[in-house]
Each structure stands twice: as structure tokens, then as C-alpha cells.
Design a protein around this ligand. Structure first.
Ligand SMILES: Nc1ncnc2c1ncn2[C@@H]1O[C@H](COP(=O)(O)OP(=O)(O)O)[C@@H](O)[C@H]1O
Ligand SMILES: [Ca+2]
Ligand SMILES: [Ca+2]
Ligand SMILES: [Ca+2]
Ligand SMILES: [Mg+2]
Length: 593
């Protein structure tokens, strides 16, 4: 290993004098998680098999199936994947889903891996999210959500929206079925898994679809309302049992408060799914959008005027929040026609009936702000995250129990150093696509804790403040934070994004798993001949803005190959590939001595 890259002292960087920040000019390669998301040229069934009885859900556009990799995966914590299968007639929606998910890198947004185009269907391969969607969860739990639970869930969706809206992206179909939730074991971060492949559920889903604003829409809506009513009766929310439920709810509240006083980790993990209506506002020439999307009960008033912005997502989330706390929709619950529902949404003020007596004024205030009829007055996700309701419930005050672990993770971040961009690309691929989400739970909590403005990315200031808080007497200088950004901000966005953070903080020994290395090698060795060539690397990380940059990047890759090509055949074999990663992990062993 090159002497100069060794860091002998645990915290040697700490003692370095202020270094004037200058990004190396030679380095034009940007690495981002989307580099690794593309159309798989193989046949879907060559790579995956659909699990028996493995249907996870059905929506208006597609069906979701649990998958197993045909090339059997023996690692102890494999990433669970599922396929969203679009039939030919719904292919239109797949493009928005892929384009949106490709550009999103956030702990509360489902992760896309790859996709397949077959003759009569289209498959999107994504992370299998644990738990249930909110619609099923509500039907299952037989009582409304308490405030603490609601708060945790709504906050995480707002964090996801704050991130996407700042990127100019709209979800446009925020509703109960598109928010996945799971409860984790508060001590270990392990996730309780729910069996959610029963066929009953899928049937119910078919009935309850309310995707399009087509002529069938209203029938869907009515079915849905009936289901909702039945659900309510079965869980005791019919008129005469309200008081009893309120007590139950209160008891539930108390136990929830107890939990938050005990300062345990957040109980709920949330993932926003279904980006089939996702759209990039920056691509639109007009200020307002007008196309059809979403579901009637969650539509904002301005949607019907066909002039809307990202604020429709905020409105829809207001409907979700109201429904979680009251187990009924705020508008249109008892309407018989689409027109009636629309009129209620546009004209009527939201009503907080008797079942709201035990619910805090702050919660109602937040709902009122989200269900503000005038989109210009309706606050943004970023603004809403500062609402006092979230401060009362302290959901974001994740207390991470093991400070030593925390310090190790932060030290990893501070000492993250790659020898070249190819090494960095391999590390990124392993951490983003191969390491299971269970192995990332603690890091996700740390990321959230550092992200004090909750926009889903870490600024220099946030990292410095967080670091200084955790290490008390050990301050980070501006020079050091610039060095961190030089190494960790792989896509050069001037912020540390979620995956960049995970890659830099992950326990180093995870990168050495043979199976991960083999999969990473296979990713680059596209023709499968056992050698990685310059062109194969370029195809994955060679994205350039212009011709000049292209030739710069080519040169850079050529140099990298020379550095690692031990047997000097101009290509990289598996052993050479593994040694690149060993160099990285050895570096860590030295540091922690
Ligand atoms: N990644 C996932 N993991 C687990 N369940 C999922 C996942 N994606 C979707 N589902 C389930 O399948 C249902 C339909 O998927 P969705 O993507 O919303 O399809 P559609 O676009 O047709 O509405 C969801 O409501 C949810 O219950
Ligand atoms: Ca931030
Ligand atoms: Ca970045
Ligand atoms: Ca090859
Ligand atoms: Mg859906």
C-alpha cells in the first residue's frame, strides 16, 4: 500500500493544519447510485423466479410479486427484492416510475434496482419493503392510529416529500396504499415481518382501487367507502361506540408517550412507494401542471382546475393524516357521486367531530394547514416539518444507544479515502445494491439525526455540528470537512446524499464478503468473459457532459487500470478486482489499531 495514504494515528486527520480546499481538476468522474440502475438484457426468468403465493399486492397499474434470485443467494442477510409487473396496456406508467425512482436516493423512498423489458410485460425490480401499506395496516389494526404513531409516519413522509419537492419531483399519488409502514423492534432495529401475501388481501385490493379519474372511478370510490365503513364497524367506530374507542385511544396514547419518554428508537419505518405518477416539474415549461393523476378522495381543490403544483402532495398527505386519526376521510365519505365529492373538497371546511375530542390542538392545526384550500397559502413540506406538533412528539430525537458504534461510524466517514474512482464505484455498488437494509438501519438513524433541517441531504454545517455534538471536545475544522466532501461527495452535488453517507460509514468488513465482490465483478464484466475492460468500466461510470470530458474520463480510467493491472494484460481479473477492495479495507484495519 502506498505509504502516503496510510493513516497511522486513529485521529491523525484531526491534527492536520487547515488545508485550503481544492477539488482535483483531473477528476471528472461522478459516481451516483443511478449509474447502477439499468435495463437487464437477460430474460427476467433467467435471473429471478416469482415466489409461490408471493403476490404482495395489486394496484391499478401493476401487480407486485416476491422474488428469489435463481442464482441462489447464500449470504446471511440477502436484500429482499420484489417485481412490479406492468402489463402491456399499462406500459405508459412504467416510464415515470423508473425515471422518478432513478433519481431518488432517500431512506424513506423505495429503492429501485433494475428493470426488464419482455415482449408482453415489463418488470421493475425493487426493494421488498417490510410491513404493510397504510390501507391494510388500518384495516388490520382495528382502531385508528394514535397521535404518536401518526406523527412518526407523517413526519417520515414529509421528509421524503421535502427531499423530492426540492428536486422538482412530484409524487402525485399520495394515499394510504402508497405508503408502506412497518414497526421495528425498538432495541435491535429488527423489523417485525408481517405476512402480507394472503389472497384475501389481494382481492380486497382489486375492489378498492381508486387510481384513475376515469368513468369507473366513482364506482371504485364507492366500493372503497363501503370497505372503509365495514372496516369501521368491525373496529368499533360506529356512532354509538365512539366513547369507548376514545378511551382505548387514550390508553394507547399513554403507552405511546411512555415509549417516547423511554427514548427508544422510532417505532415506525416508512417507505413511499408507487411512483407511477411521478413527474419532474423542472421538465415542464409551464408553472402549473394539468395532467390527470392520483385518486379522487386525495385530490386537492386546485387539481380540478387543472392548474396544480407539488402542493397537491401536501394536501393528499393531509387527507392521509386525517384518515389515520379518525378512520374516515375528511371529504367525500358519504357522497354518492364524483361531483359531490369534488364540491366537498373544493367548498367545505374540514370538520373535527366528536372522535377528535382527545386529539391535540396541534395535530388539528397541522391538518388545517395541510388541507388549506389555497395552494399558495398551503405550507411546503420543509415548512411543515418545523410544525410544533413534531416537536411535542419528539419523533426525530432518535437516541442511538451505542455511542461507541456511533463514533466508529463517524470516524469511518472522516477517514473515508478511496485510491481511485473505480474503487469508489465498487464500494458504492456494494453498499447501495447488495448490503441488506437491516445492516443499514443504525446508519439510517445516524443520517437522520445529522440531517437537522430534514431535507434528506447533509450539508457541511450539519456534519460539523453533528460531529462536534457527538465528540464533544473534539472539533472538526473547515479543512477537515472539505477533505471529507472531496472524498465522500461522489456525485459532486456539494452535499452528502444518503447513499454516499452509507457507503462512507458502513462497517468496512462488509465490503470484503466474497459474494458481494463476485456480484460487483459481474456487474462490470458485462460480457461475462472474466475480464473487465476499459470500455466495460466506461459504460457504467463514464457519464460525461461533453466530448472533452469524455476523453478526460477515458484517460482517467486508463490510468486506473494501469494501477491495478498486476499481470499487465490491460484488463482486470477477479483477483485484481478483489485486491482493490482489500486495499480499502486494510487501510481501515491499520487505522483502528
Ligand atoms: N416494494 C414493495 N414492497 C412490498 N409491497 C409492495 C411494494 N410495492 C408495492 N407493494 C404493495 O403492492 C401494492 C400495489 O403496488 P403499487 O406500486 O402501488 O402499484 P400501482 O401503481 O398499480 O398502484 C401496494 O399498495 C403495496 O401494498
Ligand atoms: Ca440537510
Ligand atoms: Ca452528493
Ligand atoms: Ca469482460
Ligand atoms: Mg399504488
Amino acid at each position: 500500500m502506498n505509504q502516503s495514504t496510510q493513516v497511522k494515528d486513529k485521529d491523525a486527520l484531526q491534527d492536520q493544519p487547515f488545508i485550503i480546499h481544492q477539488r482535483s481538476k483531473q477528476n471528472s468522474i461522478k459516481i451516483q447510485p443511478k449509474d447502477f440502475i439499468f435495463k437487464n438484457q437477460k430474460h427476467f426468468l433467467e435471473v429471478y423466479e416469482i415466489e409461490k403465493n408471493g403476490q404482495l399486492g395489486q394496484g391499478g397499474h401493476a401487480s407486485i410479486y416476491k422474488l428469489n434470485e435463481t442464482n441462489h443467494d447464500s449470504s446471511k442477510n440477502p436484500t429482499r427484492k420484489c417485481a412490479k409487473k406492468f402489463e402491456k396496456k399499462n406500459l405508459f406508467f412504467k416510464n415515470s416510475e423508473i425515471q422518478s425512482l432513478k433519481s431518488l436516493d432517500h431512506p424513506n423512498i423505495v429503492k429501485l434496482y433494475e428493470y426488464f423489458e419482455e415482449r408482453d410485460a415489463f418488470y421493475i425490480i425493487m426493494e421488498e419493503v417490510q410491513g404493510r401499506d397504510l390501507f391494510d395496516e388500518m384495516a388490520e389494526r382495528k382502531r385508528p392510529f394514535g397521535e404518536n404513531d401518526t406523527c412518526q409516519i407523517i413526519q417520515q413522509v414529509l421528509q421524503a416529500l421535502s427531499y423530492t419537492h426540492q428536486k422538482g419531483l412530484l409524487h402525485r399519488d399520495i394515499k394510504l396504499e402508497n405508503i408502506m409502514v412497518s414497526q421495528n423492534n425498538t432495541q435491535t432495529g429488527n423489523i417485525y415481518t408481517n405476512t402480507n401475501n394472503d389472497s384475501e388481501k389481494c382481492q380486497k385490493k382489486e375492489l378498492s382501487q381508486n387510481k384513475d379519474s376515469s368513468s369507473e372511478d366513482i364506482q371504485y370510490q364507492i366500493n372503497k367507502i363501503q370497505i372503509q365503513n365495514n372496516t369501521q364497524e368491525s373496529i368499533g367506530l360506529s356512532q354509538d361506540s365512539i366513547s369507548q374507542t376514545t378511551e382505548e385511544q387514550q390508553a394507547h396514547h399513554n403507552s405511546q408517550n411512555q415509549l417516547s419518554q423511554d427514548k427508544l428508537e422510532p417505532q415506525w419505518r416508512v417507505k413511499l412507494i408507487d411512483w407511477s405518477f411521478g413527474t419532474d416539474r423542472t421538465q415542464s415549461k409551464t408553472k402549473f401542471l394539468s395532467s390527470l393523476c392520483g385518486s379522487l378522495m386525495f385530490q386537492a381543490p386546485e387539481y380540478f382546475e387543472k392548474k396544480y403544483t407539488e402542493k397537491i402532495d401536501i394536501w393528499a398527505l393531509g387527507v392521509v393524516m386525517y384518515t389515520m386519526l379518525a378512520n374516515r376521510y375528511p371529504f367525500g365519505q358519504s357522497c354518492k357521486s364524483k361531483m359531490q365529492i369534488q364540491t366537498q373538497i373544493q367548498k367545505e371546511q374540514v370538520v373535527f367531530g366528536k372522535e377528535w375530542d382527545s386529539i391535540s390542538d396541534e395535530a388539528k392545526d397541522l391538518i388545517n394547514k395541510m388541507l388549506e384550500k389555497n395552494p399558495e397559502k398551503r405550507p411546503s413540506a420543509q415548512e411543515l416539518l418545523n410544525h410544533v406538533w413534531f416537536k411535542i412528539h419528539k419523533t426525530n430525537k432518535t437516541v442511538i444507544q451505542d455511542t461507541q458504534q456511533l463514533k466508529n461510524n463517524l470516524r469511518n466517514l472522516k477517514q473515508f479515502k478511496c485510491q481511485n474512482e473505480f474503487q469508489k464505484a465498487i464500494l458504492t455498488f456494494i453498499s447501495v445494491n447488495l448490503v441488506s437494509s437491516q445492516d443499514k438501519v443504525e446508519l439510517e438513524n445516524l443520517f437522520k439525526r445529522l440531517d437537522t433541517n430534514q431535507d434528506g441531504r447533509l450539508s457541511k454545517e450539519e456534519i460539523m455540528n453533528g460531529y462536534n455534538q457527538i465528540w464533544h471536545n473534539n472539533y472538526m475544522t473547515e479543512g477537515q470537512i472539505n477533505l471529507i466532501f472531496d472524498q465522500v461527495d461522489s456525485d459532486k452535488s456539494d452535499s452528502i446524499d444518503y447513499s454516499e453517507f452509507i457507503t462512507a460509514t458502513l462497517e468496512r468488513k462488509l465490503f470484503n464478503e466474497k459474494e458481494y465482490l463476485q456480484k460487483a465483478f459481474n456487474l462490470f464484466d458485462q460480457d461475462g468473459d472474466g475480464h473487465i475492460t476499459k470500455d466495460e468500466i466506461l459504460r457504467i461510470i463514464g457519464n460525461a457532459d461533453d466530448d472533452e470530458q469524455t476523453s478526460e474520463i477515458e484517460q482517467q480510467i486508463q490510468q486506473i487500470i494501469q494501477q491495478i493491472d498486476i499481470n499487465q494484460d490491460g484488463k482486470i481479473q477477479f483477483e485484481e478486482f478483489c485486491s482493490i477492495i482489500q486495499q480499502f479495507t486494510n487501510q481501515e484495519v491499520q487505522m483502528s489499531q
